[in-house]
Design a protein around this ligand. Sequence first.
Ligand SMILES: *Cc1c(COP(=O)(O)O)cnc(C)c1O
Length: 404
Amino acid sequence: MGELAINLADRARSISASPTLAIDAQAKKMVKEGIHIISFGVGEPDFDTPEHIKSAAAQALAKGFTKYTPVAGIDELKEAIKDKLSNENGLDYQTSQIVVSNGAKHSLFNAIQVLINPGDEVVLPAPYWVSYAEMVKLAGGIPRVVITREENDFKLTPAELEAVINPNTKLLILNSPSNPTGSVYNRDELQALAECLVRHQLIVISDEIYEKLVYDELEHVSIASLGPEIKELTIVINGVSKSYSMTGWRIGYAAAPDPVAKAMADLQSHATSNPNSFAQWGSIEAIRGSQTPVKEMVAEFKKRRDYILERLSAIPGITCRKPGGAFYVFPNISAAFGYSYRGEEIRDSSDLARIMLSHGRIAVVPGIAFGVNDYLRLSYATSLQNIEEGLNRFEQVWRTLLNN
Ligand SMILES: *Cc1c(COP(=O)(O)O)cnc(C)c1O
C-alpha cells in the first residue's frame, strides 16, 4: 500500500474500529456460504414495532407531515416526554429542557460534544457500551475506565468512583439497566453515587435506554430523581428504540438543565436538524398509547433470560450473574483460557468468540469489546428455539475445549 492521497483528520484517526468487526465479517461470510449460524450478537429487540405505533406514523405521513420540524422536536412529542418523565420517573422538566434527536446514541453524542473540553476526564465504569469511549475521544476527552467487580454485579461503588476523581474529572457515564451486563442499580446505590457526584460537582450522563426492560421485582430508578442537587448535574438520556422495538425509527431524547439542553439543540441545528418528522408522531403514540406490547415483550424476555441463565449456570467452569434488565447475559468464560481447540489456543475473549463461530456456528460478542476480557456477551433477543439450539452448540464446543 502506498502513501494515502488524503490525510484524515486526527479526530478520525482517533476512532477505533469496532472490535467485533472481524467476527461480524466472518459470520457474514459463513452465512453466504450457506452455513446456518445462530446469532447471540443482536443488539435490538427481535419483535416488530407494535401496530398502533406504525399506524400513527402512517397517518402523519398520509396527512403530509413530511417537512422540517423544530430542531429539538415537535411540541406534542416534547409534551409527551415531559409527562412521561414526570409520571414514571418523578422528574419535572420544562419542554425547553427536552431535546429530541436521531436516537439515544445521537443524544449521547450531542451531550458529550457540548460538555467535554480537550483533556477533560470522563469516568467510564467497565464493562461499558463501546460507543461511550469513542464519543469521549472524539470530543478530545480522556476515558477514565474503572473496572467494576463481578461480585458486585459490575456496579460502580462510590469508593471506586472517589479513587479516580482528580481536578480534570468532569463527568461520569452511567448506564442502568446496563448493556452489556444487564445490571440494574438500586435506589440506595444511586443515592450513594449521587452524594459523591454532588460533593465533587461532577456531571452525570444517565443512559436509561433499557429502563422498561427490567425483570422480577426490580425497579428502574433515574439518578436525577434523587434530589434537586443531583438533578442539576444530570443529563437523562432515553428513547423509544429498546422499549418499543423501534430501533430503526431513530428517535431518542435528552432531558437536561437549561444551558446544556440549549447547547445540544444548537449543535444539532447545524448537524442534522430535526429528527424524522413522522417518526416523531409514532413516538408520541409509543409513549402515550397502550403499554401492553411492552409488558408482553418483557414477559417473553424474562422467560428467555431464565432459560439461558439456567443453561449457562449448569456448564462446568462458567459463572454468570443474574441480569436484572436489558436482554444480555455476560458469562465469565476465563476458565477456557490456556486451553486449545484443534491446535488453536484460547488466550482471550476474542479467541473464544472466533472458535465459537468457526466450530460452534454461533455468533457471540467478546467481552474485550466492552473493556473486559474474561467474558462473552450473549443477547437473548432471539427466539427460545434459537437460544436452545445455540446453547447446545455452545456447550458442545465448551466441553470439547475443556477436555483438551
Ligand atoms: C441501543 C443503545 C443505545 C442507543 O439507542 P438508539 O436510541 O437506538 O440510538 C444507547 N445506549 C445503549 C447502552 C444501548 O445499548
